[in-house]
Design a protein around this ligand. Structure first.
Ligand code: ATP
Ligand code: MG
Length: 401
């Protein structure tokens, strides 16, 4: 029994080669997980994951180019025609004592055992697209997919108790796919929060990033808050700024900025969540420079502001403010126009550097040079056309600065 979308699916040649080669060698091999879900939805999968009865060493022996991605967990990456296909040995996991990651991996010979350890019914389907192949759906994932429902494989309390990340994944999928969480599955989130709190931050961050940049991020964040997940990993963002998220573009730093707009130390929060330093710095910079120039600012005011916050950050800070509901009046086009004229905004943009200043005025290195550089910048922020060596030299020699 094949759902129509699956029979019509176009599978890359490299993937068919991987399946065919393993099956020639008498191993079972199926497409599994996200790619089957996406094919069934008529969406092109981002990547194709294969599950097989072959042990990792046997997979490695079957192909000429193989990367041992995670042999101890049963995963190797097969490279064919430049395409990467992850091939994982059927497995079941045991021993989740710390609610973080399985402590043991058991390899299995049947696909059903492998599917039963997966998180949601829509992610627990297997499909063999080779001639005579099967579609395996022991938990009725296809029906849930059609009903747009996220439902745990087996008992939700037990599954969230094994791996606390699954609760967050349920909400992430709701946001990314615009699905609903089946009531028993959703009801298991709150009672298993103590398990969720022990999950490694890197894993939380990865799911949260997908959720926050999803089209239905508002739905995701409100589900996080409603079920206590947001309070557990980002209490600084409670109450969640849902209206602001609704008004914002799906860009990570911008949405993190909205979540932490009222937080005194967004940098620390994002470092705790293991975001890259560059992300934490950018978001903290935007949040800490939320004050905009006044609504009837002159171009000089706008240049002074851009000089303070950094030209590259100006438009993003305006987007942040606009999403937060601040009236930005005509500032957006004004800032765009000012930036388009490429005015000097920082000391490195000055037509004279410190060395030139010292020569022109015959002064030694020291604090005075710094003061003069700042005075020159202040001068060109007011009059950008003065930023030529001649004009600045004139100004330096005439002005009693
Ligand atoms: P995406 O398209 O966003 O990558 P995905 O379904 O492929 O979605 P992955 O995180 O790449 O999600 O995981 C691949 C598959 O592995 C899932 O479809 C699911 O079957 C299984 N899986 C992933 N994480 C878990 C988990 N924490 N518990 C149980 N099964 C999981
Ligand atoms: Mg995936």
């Amino acid at each position: 029994m094949f759902p129509e979308q699956l029979t019509q699916a176009r599978i890359p040649h490299a993937v068919m080669t991987v399946l065919g080669r393993l099956q020639e060698r008498k191993y079972a091999a199926f497409l599994v997980g996200g790619c089957v879900r996406d094919l069934a939805r008529g969406v092109e999968p981002k990547d194709f994951d294969v599950a097989t009865s072959a042990k990792p060493e046997e997979v490695q022996r079957s192909f000429s180019k193989v990367i041992p991605t995670g042999v101890e967990h049963g995963t190797v990456t097969v490279v064919i025609d430049g395409m990467h296909v992850e091939v994982t040995t059927f497995r079941a996991e045991a021993g989740y004592e710390d609610g973080r990651r399985p402590t043991q991996v058991e390899f299995h010979s049947d696909i059903e055992a492998d599917l039963s350890r997966r998180d949601f019914t829509m992610n627990a389907m297997a499909f063999d697209p080779t001639p005579g192949g099967r579609f395996v759906d022991p938990f009725n994932g296809m029906a849930d997919l059609h009903a747009r429902l996220i439902r745990c494989v087996r008992e939700p309390l037990e599954r969230f108790g094994e791996d606390g990340l699954r609760a967050l994944r349920a909400v992430r999928f709701a946001a990314v796919l615009d699905f609903n969480i089946e009531p028993d599955t959703e009801a298991a989130i709150a009672p298993t929060l103590p398990i969720f709190k022990r999950v490694a931050m890197e894993r939380v961050r990865e799911e949260f990033t997908k959720l926050l940049t999803a089209k239905e991020a508002v739905k995701g964040v409100s589900l996080l808050e409603k079920n206590g997940l947001l309070q557990a990993f980002m209490p600084e963002a409670v109450p969640a700024p849902l209206d602001a998220l609704k008004r914002s573009a799906a860009q990570l730093e911008l949405r993190l900025g909205l979540m932490l707009a009222k937080c005194a130390n967004p940098y620390d929060v994002l470092m705790r969540l293991r975001y890259p330093i560059a992300v934490a710095k950018t978001v903290a910079h935007w949040v800490q420079h939320q004050r905009l120039p006044g609504l009837h600012s002159t171009d000089t005011d706008v240049r002074r502001w851009l000089s303070k916050v950094g030209a590259e950050h100006g438009p993003a800070i305006l987007s942040l403010a606009a999403a937060l509901g601040v009236d930005t009046g005509a500032l957006v086009p004004q800032v765009e126009a000012v930036l388009a004229s490429r005015p000097p905004l920082k000391t490195a943009d000055l037509a004279l550097d410190g060395k030139a200043i010292m020569q022109i005025l015959s002064i030694p290195p020291g604090r005075r040079v710094g003061e003069l550089t700042r005075a020159l910048l202040e001068h060109v922020l007011e009059l950008p056309l003065e930023n030529t060596p001649e004009k600045l030299t004139q100004w330096l020699t005439r002005a009693k600065v």
